[in-house]
Design a protein around this ligand. Structure first.
Ligand SMILES: *Cc1c(COP(=O)(O)O)cnc(C)c1O
Length: 466
């Protein structure tokens, strides 16, 4: 092929800007963006011609330009349907929010608010006021502070209370929880000196006691959120650590990670450490996430002794970890569910945990029937849902899934991800599976429609022959 001749066939930017479809897009999307996209499509085409491809006709070029424009104008952060059965799925945004939390966030975004304004006194107030009383009432703590996320909460506590001093922690708790959060690294970042005691599997109270020096600022406990150690293991209880700390006047900080205000045991799960228990056991400060088992927006919550929380409040880093008004509005609404005793019914995370196998089986049967009626090879199979989000490692909840046996479950899963809205499914035992547990009631019809479309498209492309 004559590359030079093909290159000469390529229309100019000005020529393309006169195409009717492009003129239309200039009117709706603005000239600057359109010109930018036309240039980059021409540039890409030039490269492909130099690589030996023929010059596409103008119609094809216009089509590419319109597609690029659509892509540039579509938000990349989109709602997806989670059919994985992992309830607190960090990659999928952790906890879906309750209706009241959503409404509160919406309200806070619409107009002005009394975020930092004392309505009674008519003067400046504190944003930290809004969640504090609720958190104290729910956890039994003297004081509370909310920051951007729990990683920030831990960094803040260590920076404010232990910079250039020592923090004692068991070797069995030097955890990495993903996303680059590793206790030894956060410790280093804060300027605190890590003093590790005990062994991977066994740490005694006397190990902690022997490590105490005049430089010790804190004793720290971190919850093993995403793994467990079994067999020949031992660790002192939080109460024992607090008793030791009291003797030496050293505060004990408890990083719960998820933390929970409700007991997980009634749902057939192990008992996840509860915030109230840590406060009652005497932890000076307890840190936990807003968007794990609490079921609210992303936040880092610190509850504990008033004098220490006061110290944190005035530490400069707090300003850099400041929580925004939308988050505070959602958090407050979420906490109110607990106060009213309605959390199990209103907070999606807890509703999903509480769904019974019978209810899930009925949903799976209903879906399978609708799919079979549309010609899909759907059956119902037993499965396991996970709570996820750095809580209850290795624990699962029995569930019932819809399973599709097709020749290429990966290809079908890819088509579902490309759907609008995208659907995230599971691939297990060479089947594509969908767990109803994490699918919200208003998503059911959309999900089934997506499956039917994806399956038939895949059939056309000969991807699904069983
Ligand atoms: C999840 C977790 C964190 C980090 O919390 P984010 O809210 O994700 O910042 C810290 N510590 C532990 C033990 C955790 O499980």
């Amino acid at each position: 092929m004559d590359v030079q001749r093909e290159l000469r066939r390529l229309p100019s930017v000005d020529r393309l800007l006169q195409e009717p479809h492009i003129v239309e897009r200039i009117q709706t999307s603005g000239r600057e963006l359109v010109v930018d996209v036309v240039r980059s499509v021409l540039e890409e085409t030039r490269h492909s011609i130099l690589a030996g491809q023929p010059c596409p006709d103008t119609e094809a070029l216009v089509h590419s330009i319109v597609q690029s424009l659509d892509k540039a104008l579509r938000p990349t952060l989109r709602r997806v349907i989670n059919a994985t059965g992992v309830i607190i799925h960090t990659n999928l945004g952790r906890s879906p929010l309750s209706e009241a939390a959503r409404r509160a966030m919406w309200e806070a975004g619409i107009g002005y608010s009394n975020l930092e304004y004392d309505l009674e006194q008519g003067r400046r107030g504190s944003r930290y006021y809004h969640a504090e009383a609720l958190l104290c009432r729910l956890t039994g703590a003297q004081a509370a502070l909310v920051v951007n996320n729990n990683a920030g909460a831990v960094l803040l506590v260590l920076s404010a209370l232990a910079r250039d001093k020592e923090v004692i922690i068991s070797r069995s708790q030097l955890i990495e929880i993903g996303g680059g959060f590793r206790i030894p690294e956060v410790m280093a970042q804060s300027g605190a000196r890590l003093v590790e005691v005990g062994t991977t599997n066994r740490t005694r109270l006397s190990d902690y006691e022997r490590a105490i020096t005049e430089h010790t600022a804190l004793i720290m406990r971190a919850h093993r959120s995403n793994f467990r150690i079994i067999g020949f293991t031992a660790e002192p209880s939080l109460a024992e650590l607090v008793e030791l700390g009291d003797r030496y006047r050293i505060p004990v900080v408890d990083d719960l990670g998820s933390g929970t205000l409700l007991d997980t045991a009634p749902f057939g799960l192990e008992h996840e450490p509860m915030v109230q228990e840590s406060v009652r056991a005497g932890a000076a400060l307890v840190t936990f996430s807003g968007d794990k088992l609490l079921g609210g927006p992303q936040a880092g919550i610190i509850v504990g002794r008033r004098d220490l929380v006061e110290q944190l409040r005035h530490f400069p880093l707090t300003r850099a970890l400041r929580v925004d008004k939308i988050t505070l509005a959602g958090l407050q609404a979420t906490l109110l569910h607990y106060l009213k005793g309605e959390a199990l019914q209103t907070i999606p995370t807890w509703r999903m945990i509480a769904r019974s196998p019978e209810e899930l089986r009925a949903a799976a049967e209903r879906w399978a029937e609708a799919l079979r009626a549309a010609g899909l090879p759907a059956e119902v199979t037993a499965g396991q849902s996970a709570v996820g989000g750095g809580s209850l490692p290795g624990e699962t909840l029995p569930t019932w899934c819809v399973a599709l046996t097709v020749s290429s479950p990966d290809a079908l899963a890819r088509r579902l991800r490309a759907h609008e809205p995208p659907v995230i499914a599971l691939i297990q035992e060479d089947q594509l599976r969908l767990d109803p547990r994490t699918v919200l009631p208003d998503e059911e019809d959309t999900l089934l429609q997506a499956l039917i479309e994806a399956f038939h498209d895949a059939q056309h492309a000969s991807e699904v022959q069983p």
